[in-house]
Design a binder for this molecule. Structure first.
Ligand SMILES: [Zn+2]
Ligand SMILES: [Zn+2]
Length: 1007
């Protein structure tokens, strides 16, 4: 055996596609050559435009899982694609470092149960150090994941939301809000988590999965109307503790209410619910005495039964005439419960607004643990939700209890700690985003969302337009930069460290950072009264940190260049998160109804193979780093992008990776290998052998033109679908071209031409390589944003190897653009007809049991003229694919004994079944050749290796004779110096391989 292949084993493509090995090698290659940095530098120096980008910062409170990988792959796809198109993009990392998620993670690490214990046992200073340690630990994991995933994001230019420089720029947003009267302190009802001991924003309350089925009391109770003997308002609630803060009752003004005699009492509630409520309470004997509209009840006073227990509330009743009276409100729901709503402005958002409108004081006697304070009298010290039982007992004692049961219902819990949330009126700081809602909606309308469902979801959320509670009663966060005078209550906002130092009367010793507790030690002098000003003890909502990134992560100069950014993509849960905070803050910053991003692609989330959410407790949590130790990044990237639309939820199934995704990439790999081996053998030189050259030499055939035409169509559709974020459809197009058009259809058309090394046809072979070079190289570039490792490997080992003047990396190549001159509708149509007719030939062969590799002498096509004409134009390929020697076109043909036929619509194909000796001999030769080819592959020979000899033994005599004239051709076909026939295996000492030839045994050996 002589190896004709020019071996340079180091840069060789291995016979097997082993993605893990290949990816390791390319990772090293990129690192050794600083490829990522070169790409960024190159596009910065020389570009066709700037596209802004700001990283949606992952929170450093956990290890990246496979769902994160999906999102990062989409970002990287965009980056590689756009840079290949010649744009410069500041694809720089960013990390969300502060806030509740990080605090809770660190509390867990420290084994601390709640905030109080944290402050007592650990203290603020040490806690902050621990938080920093924790984020650095997770940071390492994330960077490694990016590295493995092949994400070309610049880690050196990462922003960190906890850095002073970032916080100062974030403060600029607050300063703008302050100047526009959009930042204010106020009482407001917020969702409060007793576990985390902090309030949540309304966005956080709506998070996926925050609603849980919980069990609560279902309480019917009654308040007696003042100045009546026996008339009661009937009320229902699932939160008995709110009776402690009861301030008013509301009825619907238009609805009909009934006075119902029950025993010796009269109960008043909405008429349409009488029957069902009586049924529910199992009261059979009752009588509706009269009905009247709700507005008749307006202003009636009722006797609040717990007055003796809550003296402070009794005091309020004396001070404000509306306390403990009935009011009318349109929002009262009369389809459920009793149509009589008890209002606790201290514990409900709607109740709160009702009270504020009527100037009724807000009664909210709670401390930070959501325990009742002294103001709640007998309830002092009881945790709100634990007061339910006592309230029920006290109502029972006072003849105010009707019935108490339990009910299971959906109730919001804390998205972090899963405690039941409590609504509380608290003193908080708010961004009055409700005041700029019109601008927000106008800005949101200018954004490209690509898909309707996430767009609608986002817009519906924005329409709620609630004020944004940005204060948090926590430790590890950007401090709220508001100082308040102890004496006169005047407030001031300080938006930089420098200003802070200038105005400070007391400051920490030495250098300090903009965090608790150091920043709290700074006091300022009140400009109004000379008193001491202390910082308001809040940190900022972490969503405010990341929402500030477009301004905070850049310098002024870069901000001007890159914002509004071009395109962002994050998970669908970010409709309430980052997409929202970015938009609100940018409008506050600029004062204009403009969004900070032109396009936002919301991605569906990633679940396990069974469609369940991934979680550590279920044990189905797939860590990126561990996963990619054993699995290919390219295959994984391709899988994520190809499997479904980016907005769909994906059920991640490891089993699926090794199937189609692997096969597609493997086919691409082997196509390149096939090309390289043959092209090198014939000394193909891409600098000399260009498409222009093939045309001058008249070596370009129909099949080549067809392939080139299909390629242009593929480039166009693929690029267009990347632009509309239909990644799965884009890849379907590219996959179809690579697998179907190129591998399954085109290669068989030219394979035979490449087998010979006849110098006569050398030019033709070079023409085929030219076509393959153009097509495969283009496909490699198109794949690069999806499978960067494979593309780089092929680029280095195939294209750079044949042409060292090419750019250093595939990433530095220009994105392919379709060439209209290479497109031909006519040729594409001709080939469509061709494929339709060859499949008819195959069907005819099958019905006559004539194998495809047996040559036949003749066929006749009966079809309309346009079809015959098209076939005639591509006749050479038609004959080649059909494996028939000649074709005739006719108006009709008789189906006789020696013919077989198939019909489909207006096309009929007749194939002659008779085979003479020469056809039989050629058929046997092809059968054997096929077996030898398979054996060569099995034994690991290169396609270009020339064998010394092929031996065939124990063929029957008739076949032996038929085969004789074809031995020369066979030798050429299987690349051997000679083919020897043996009557028995004993004639030669060799490794014989048994094979079947038309039910007869035959033996093959190669050497
Ligand atoms: Zn919580
Ligand atoms: Zn003052």
């Amino acid at each position: 055996m002589t190896a004709k292949f020019k071996t340079n084993s180091q840069d060789q493509l291995n016979p097997n596609y082993n993605p893990l090995e290949l990816e390791k090698e390319i990772r090293q290659y990129w690192q050794n050559n600083s490829t990522q940095q070169k790409l960024e530098d190159c596009r910065l120096k020389n570009n066709r435009g700037l596209l802004g980008f700001v990283e949606g910062p992952p929170t450093l409170n956990g290890i990246p899982h496979i769902g994160h990988a999906r999102g990062r792959v989409m970002k990287d796809l965009r980056y590689r694609w756009k840079t290949m198109q010649g744009y410069y993009m500041p694809f720089w990392a960013g990390w969300d470092c502060q806030g509740l998620p990080v605090e809770l993670e660190v509390e867990k690490l420290l084994g601390v149960k709640n905030k109080r214990e944290l402050l007592e046992r650990v203290g603020e200073e040490r806690f902050i150090q621990e938080c920093k340690k924790a984020i650095m630990k997770y940071h390492k994991e994330w960077v490694e994941a990016d590295h493995k995933l092949g994400i070309f994001i610049n880690q050196e230019k990462a922003y960190w939301t906890y850095h002073d420089s970032y916080i100062e720029r974030e403060w600029q947003y607050l300063k703008r809000a302050w100047d526009q009267d959009l930042l204010e302190e106020g009482h407001y009802v917020v969702a409060y988590c007793p576990g985390c001991q902090t309030s949540l924003s309304s966005a956080e309350v709506g998070y996926e999965d925050s609603y849980k089925i919980v069990e609560d009391p279902s309480l019917y109770f009654k308040f007696k109307l003042a100045n009546t003997k026996d008339e009661y308002m009937l009320i229902w609630t699932t939160m008995p503790f709110t009776v402690v803060t009861d301030t008013m009752l509301a009825v619907h003004p238009e609805a009909e209410y009934a006075k119902v005699q029950v025993g010796n009492e009269k109960w008043i509630f909405v008429q349409q619910r009488v029957r069902s409520i009586m049924q529910e309470l199992k009261i059979d004997e009752y009588e509706t005495l009269e009905t009247f509209p709700g507005k008749n009840l307006e202003g009636r006073k009722y006797e609040y039964p717990l007055k003796d227990l809550v003296p402070k509330l009794a005091e309020l009743e004396d001070k404000n005439p509306l306390v403990h009276r009935i009011i009318c409100e349109d929002f009262v729901d009369v389809d459920t419960a009793t149509g009589v709503v008890h209002l606790s402005p201290g514990n409900g958002e709607e109740d709160f607004f009702v009270a504020v409108r009527r100037k009724v004081p807000i009664f909210a006697p709670f401390d930070d643990d959501v325990k009742f304070t002294n103001d709640a009298g007998a309830f002092n010290g009881i945790f709100a939700r634990d007061a339910d039982q006592k309230v029920v007992e006290e109502l029972r004692k006072r003849n105010a209890l009707v019935e108490v049961k339990t009910v299971k219902h959906e109730y919001p819990t804390c998205w972090r700690s899963h405690h039941k949330l409590v609504w509380l009126a608290r003193k908080e700081y708010f961004l009055r985003t409700d005041k700029i809602n019109a601008k927000v909606l106008e800005a949101a309308d200018k954004i490209e969302y690509f898909y309707d469902s996430p767009k609608n979801r986002f817009l519906a959320f924005l329409k709620e337009g609630k004020p944004w509670c940005i204060s948090r009663e926590r430790v590890w966060g950007a401090p709220l930069p508001v100082w308040k005078c102890e004496k006169c209550g005047a407030k001031t906002l300080v938006a930089s460290k420098k200003e802070l130092l200038e105005r400070a009367i007391e400051k920490p010793q030495g250098d300090f950072e903009l965090h608790k507790p150091w920043v709290d030690r700074i006091t300022l002098k009140c400009e109004k009264c000379g008193g001491t000003m202390r910082r308001e003890d809040f940190v900022l909502d972490t969503w405010h940190n990341s929402g500030a990134s477009p301004y905070a992560r850049f310098t002024d100069e870069d901000y001007e260049k890159y914002v509004p950014v071009d395109f962002l993509t994050e998970g669908i849960d970010q409709t309430r998160g980052w997409a929202n905070s970015l938009l609100l803050e940018y409008i506050i910053l600029t004062g204009k109804p403009e969004p900070p991003y032109r396009a936002f692609l919301f991605q569906g989330l990633t679940q396990d193979a069974k469609g369940r959410k991934m979680s550590k407790s279920l044990g189905n949590f797939v860590e990126v780093n561990k996963f990619l130790e054993k699995n290919s990044t390219d295959v994984c990237r391709f899988y994520f992008l190809r499997k479904c639309s980016p907005i769909d939820f994906v059920d991640f199934d490891v089993q699926e990776l090794s199937r189609r995704p692997y096969q597609v990439l493997s086919t691409l790999y082997h196509l390149n290998r096939f090309f390289l081996q043959n092209a090198e053998f014939d000394n193909f030189d891409p600098k000399k052998h260009t498409l222009e050259w093939t045309m001058q030499e008249k070596q370009l055939k129909k099949a080549d033109q067809w392939l080139l035409s299909k390629l242009q169509e593929t480039i166009e559709t693929y690029t267009q679908k990347l632009g509309t974020c239909e990644f799965n459809l884009a890849l379907a197009v590219l996959e179809d071209f690579s697998i179907e058009t190129l591998s399954r259809l085109y290669v068989p058309m030219v394979r035979k031409e490449l087998w010979t090394d006849d110098p006569e046809t050398g030019k033709r072979r070079l023409a085929v390589y030219t076509v393959l070079w153009n097509v495969l190289k283009t496909v490699t570039l198109l794949f690069n944003p999806v499978t960067p490792y494979l593309s780089e490997a092929l680029y280095q080992k195939v294209y750079k190897r044949l042409d060292d003047t090419l750019p250093e990396s595939v990433n530095l190549e220009d994105w392919p653009v379709p060439d209209e001159k290479k497109r031909s509708k006519t040729i594409e149509e001709e080939f469509q007809i061709l494929f339709r007719c060859t499949s008819l030939v195959y069907a005819a062969r099958q019905s006559a049991k004539l194998k495809r590799r047996w040559p036949l002498s003749k066929m006749v096509v009966v079809a309309p003229q346009n079809i015959c004409k098209a076939l005639a134009n591509v006749e050479e390929v038609f004959l080649e694919l059909s494996n028939v020697k000649a074709v005739e076109y006719g108006k009709q043909h008789k189906d006789t004994e020696d013919w077989t036929s198939t019909t489909e619509g207006d096309v009929q194909v007749f194939v002659e079944t008779k085979r003479d000796d020469s056809l039989l001999g050629e058929g046997i030769m092809r059968d054997l050749a096929r077996r030898v080819q398979a054996l060569r592959k099995e034994l690991g020979y290169m396609p270009t290796d020339l064998l010394e000899a092929v031996h065939i033994a124990e063929l029957d005599e008739e076949s032996n004779n038929l085969l004789q004239p074809y031995l020369r051709e066979m030798a050429e076909l299987v690349r051997t110096k000679q083919v020897n026939l043996h009557s028995s295996r004993e004639e030669l000492q060799a490794e014989w391989h048994e094979s079947q030839l038309d039910d007869k045994k035959v033996y093959v050996a190669i050497a």
